[in-house]
Write a protein that binds this ligand. Structure first.
Ligand code: HEM
Length: 402
C-alpha cells in the first residue's frame, strides 16, 4: 500500500489494519467504495453493495479456479474446494440439506440445558482461578464442546481442534506466508485421518445416541437419492467443526472485549440482564468474527454506481458493511439496544450461516451468565489479536475477578 486509499491493496495489508481495520474501511467506503486491487479483484465496503452481492443468485461461491491458483494441488486446496461453503448448487444444496436437519430450532432447544451446564461449570472454574485467560479458559471451551458433541468427537481430541481450525482457516487470508501454508496442509492431513477413522467406525456401529447424531445424519442421510462419499464427509465435517467453534469463540471473546472497553454499556447490561439478546446483535455488528467474504460474478452485477462485469472476483467487507453510516447511525458507537440493527455478521442469501441460531444461543448464555456472575471482571494486561484479516478475534486476553 502506498499510504493512500487509492493505493490500498487487500493482498498487502499490514499489522495496523489487523489491529484496527475500521479507520481504513471507513476511508475506503468514503473514497473508493468499489475498490479495485492491483490483481483486478474488487473490495466492497458499502452495506447496500455487499447485500446486493449476497442476495444475487448469480454470484458464485465455487472456488475451484481461485483456490487452484492459490493452493495448487495440496490438502488445503482439496479441503476448501470440497466443503459446502465454497461450492454452488447442486452439491451445495445436497450438503446443506443434510446438515440443516441438525440445526432446526427444536433440535437446538434440546441443547440449551447442556449449554447451561457447561457454562455454569466453566464459570465455577474461572471464579476459583481468580485470574484467567478469557479465550483459553472460557470463550473457546463451550463452542468446542458443543460442536464436538454434535459430531461425536472423543474428549481427548477436542483440545486439538482450535489449533487445527486456526491453521486451516488462517490459510484463507489474502496473504499467506509459506510457513502458515505448511501448517494448514499438515492440519488438514492429520485432521482428515482422525475423521476417516471416526466415520468408518460410526458407519459400522451406528447407535443413534445424541452424541454424534449429526455425524450419523451426514453418513446415512440422502438428498435426492445421493449420499455423501467418505471424502466429502471428511472435508465437510472438518468445515463444520471449524465453523462451529472458531467464530463463536471470537463472538464471546470480542463481546467481552467490547464490554470492558465501554464501561457504560457493561453497566447497562449488568443492570438489565434482559438486554443480552439485543447486545449480542450489537457485538456481532461492531466486531464481526468473520470480516471478509468472497464471490465470483457469474453474470454482470449493477452496484449503486458501477457495473461489475461477469468474471470479477469480489471481496465483501462484512465488517465495513456493519459500520456503514448509511445503514447504522453513529456506526462506531456501541449501543446494546440499537434498533433497528440489521447487522449481517452471518451474511444473507443462499449461504447464510447455518449455525447462526446456535451461535446466538451460545453467546447469550455464555456472555449473559459471565456478566451476571462476575460483575467485577476486568482486564489485567494487553490483549493479543489473531494475526488474521478475515477472522477477527483474540489469541490472548488476560482478565481477573476482584
Ligand atoms: C458468531 C459465530 C458465527 C459467525 C459470525 C458465522 C459466520 C458465517 C458466515 C459469514 C458464513 C457465510 C460464508 C460465506 O458464504 O461466505 C457462514 C457459513 C456457515 N456457517 Fe457460520 N458463523 C458462526 C457460527 C457458526 C456455527 C456455530 C456453526 C455450526 C455449528 C456454523 C456453521 C456454518 C455453516 C455450515 C456454513 C456454510 C453455509 C453454506 O455454505 O450454505 N457457523 N457462517
Amino acid at each position: 500500500m502506498d499510504g493512500t486509499i487509492a493505493g490500498f491493496d487487500l493482498n498487502r495489508i499490514g499489522a495496523e489494519f489487523i489491529e484496527n481495520p475500521y479507520p481504513t474501511l471507513h476511508a475506503l467506503r468514503r473514497e473508493s467504495p468499489v475498490h479495485t486491487n492491483p490483481d483486478g479483484s474488487v473490495f466492497l465496503t458499502r452495506y447496500a453493495d455487499v447485500q446486493k452481492v449476497y442476495q444475487s443468485r448469480d454470484m458464485l461461491s465455487d472456488k475451484t479456479e481461485a483456490f487452484g491458483e492459490k493452493f495448487g494441488a495440496c490438502p488445503l486446496g482439496h479441503h476448501h474446494t470440497t466443503s459446502l461453503v465454497f461450492n454452488d448448487p447442486p452439491y451445495h444444496t445436497t450438503v446443506r440439506r443434510l446438515i440443516s436437519g441438525a440445526f432446526t430450532p427444536r433440535k437446538l432447544a434440546e441443547f440449551e440445558p447442556l449449554i447451561d451446564r457447561i457454562v455454569d461449570r466453566l464459570i465455577d472454574k474461572v471464579v476459583d482461578m481468580g485470574q484467567f485467560d478469557m479465550i483459553d479458559d472460557f470463550a473457546k471451551v463451550l463452542p468446542t464442546e458443543i460442536i464436538s458433541f454434535m459430531l461425536g468427537i472423543p474428549e481427548d481430541l477436542r483440545p486439538k481442534l482450535r489449533g487445527y481450525s486456526l491453521a486451516i482457516l488462517g490459510a484463507l487470508d489474502p496473504e499467506v506466508p509459506p510457513d502458515r501454508m505448511a501448517e494448514g496442509n499438515a492440519a488438514v492431513t492429520e485432521f482428515s485421518e482422525i475423521l476417516d477413522d471416526l466415520i468408518t467406525h460410526r458407519r459400522a456401529h451406528p447407535d443413534g445416541a445424541a452424541q454424534g447424531e449429526v455425524l450419523e445424519a451426514l453418513i446415512f442421510g440422502e438428498h435426492e437419492g445421493r449420499r455423501l462419499s467418505q471424502e466429502e464427509l471428511i472435508q465437510n465435517c472438518i468445515f463444520l467443526l471449524n465453523a462451529g467453534h472458531e467464530t463463536t469463540t471470537s463472538l464471546v471473546g470480542n463481546s467481552m472485549g467490547v464490554l470492558l472497553d465501554t464501561p457504560d454499556e457493561h453497566q447497562r447490561l449488568k443492570d438489565d440482564p434482559e438486554l443480552i439478546t439485543s447486545a449480542i446483535e450489537e457485538f456481532l455488528r461492531v466486531e464481526s468474527p468473520l470480516q471478509i467474504g468472497n464471490r465470483l460474478a457469474g453474470e454482470d452485477i449493477a452496484l449503486k454506481d458501477r457495473v461489475l462485469p461477469k468474471g470479477t472476483y469480489i471481496h465483501t467487507s462484512i465488517a465495513a458493511a456493519n459500520r456503514d453510516p448509511a445503514q447504522f447511525p453513529d456506526p462506531d458507537r456501541v449501543d446494546i439496544v440499537r434498533k433497528p440493527n440489521r447487522q449481517i455478521a452471518f451474511i444473507t442469501g443462499l449461504h447464510v450461516c447455518l449455525g447462526a441460531t446456535l451461535a446466538r444461543i451460545e453467546g447469550r448464555i455464555a456472555i449473559g451468565k459471565l456478566v451476571a456472575r462476575c460483575p467485577d471482571l476486568h482486564g489485567t494486561g494487553p490483549r493479543t489479536r489473531l494475526p488474521l484479516a478475515r477472522f477477527r478475534g483474540y489469541t490472548a486476553f488476560p482478565v481477573a475477578i476482584r
